[in-house]
Design a protein around this ligand. Structure first.
Ligand code: SF4
Length: 178
């Protein structure tokens, strides 16, 4: 059996869900018999590869660059797994929506800035979207695995289920806000 080609990425998240991936500990070695992680913060790959079997995405979408990336991922991956509450609902990342983009920029670059006060770095960082959105508002998502962070047991159960071709009830391992 050929190994699954897997990518992972964190977009507008805190990296906590990726830390949970590492918390699978020795189970990562077991899974490595069945899958190769070919793009990820864990590996040194600069470009999103073509022809992936699965992409695991942490975080919501908050910039125009996030939108470009997620569309690229959708184009290049057979299945997409939304990992964690930020990817699924917006969660903490979407708290910005309560105040609005202009108010957040003003707070960060006017009120609280220690240097370059009042200058938006609009040429060197991606443009913020008007609203932070979860993945499924931009693309089709195949799997949703909630949690904040998603527990390692849930990630392992889902990945092993995919390898074995078995449907997994994620509610046995995780829930929103866990
Ligand atoms: S769901 Fe929680 S742990 Fe995961 S990226 Fe969002 S804030 Fe971090």
């Amino acid at each position: 059996m050929s190994k699954l080609r897997v990518g992972t990425i964190w977009l507008d998240g805190c990296s906590g869900c990726h830390m949970s991936f590492l918390d699978m500990d020795e189970r990562i070695v077991e899974l490595s018999q069945y899958m190769d992680v070919v793009y990820s913060p864990y590996v040194d790959a600069k470009e999103i590869p073509e022809d992936l079997d699965l992409f695991i995405v942490e975080g919501a979408l908050s910039t125009d660059h996030d939108l470009e990336i997620i569309k690229d991922i959708r184009k290049n991956s057979k299945k997409i797994l939304a990992l964690g509450d930020c990817a699924i609902t917006g969660n903490v990342s979407a708290m910005k929506n309560l105040a609005g983009t202009d108010a957040v920029l003003e707070k960060g670059y006017f009120d609280l800035a220690d240097f370059n006060k009042g200058k938006y770095p609009d040429k060197i960082i991606p443009k913020l979207l008007d609203k932070v959105i979860p993945l499924n508002e931009a693309i089709d998502v195949d799997y949703f695995v909630p949690g904040c962070p998603t527990p390692a047991d849930a990630i392992y159960a889902v990945l092993k289920g995919l390898v074995d071709g078995v449907e997994v009830d994620v509610s046995k391992y995780t829930r929103f806000g866990l």
